[in-house]
Design a binder for this molecule. Structure first.
Ligand SMILES: [Zn+2]
Length: 104
């Protein structure tokens, strides 16, 4: 008997979990985002939020204005916190990750 999960449906395992195509984590398919044209592709919620943020970043490229400047500053701040590993800090990491969900 194999310990590896067996795919029973497109992108889903025999234990009714699905694997994220981005980071490889598994979760219930109902708690994952599927792509419209490719239902076999599942994204976990964290990766879906990342894709959304990345899409906003691409939309902002080439734009000017105070709102774009503020969003860029928040992105730079987030990148610096991640570079320093503050998002994994036991004291403030949870609060930073929570705050990051609501910032551009
Ligand atoms: Zn993921």
């Amino acid at each position: 008997m194999s310990a590896e999960p067996v795919n029973t449906a497109i992108g889903e395992h025999d234990d009714a979990s699905a694997e994220c195509w981005c980071c490889g984590s598994t979760d219930a398919p109902a708690r994952m985002v599927q792509l419209g044209g490719h239902p076999e592709v599942h994204l976990c919620l964290q990766c879906a939020h990342f894709v959304h943020q990345r899409a906003r970043e691409i939309e902002d490229e080439g734009k000017r204005g105070p709102a774009v400047l503020v969003r860029d500053q928040f992105r730079n701040l987030r990148a610096e916190m991640i570079r320093r590993g503050w998002h994994q800090n036991r004291v403030i990491g949870g609060k930073l990750r929570w705050l990051g969900k609501y910032l551009p």
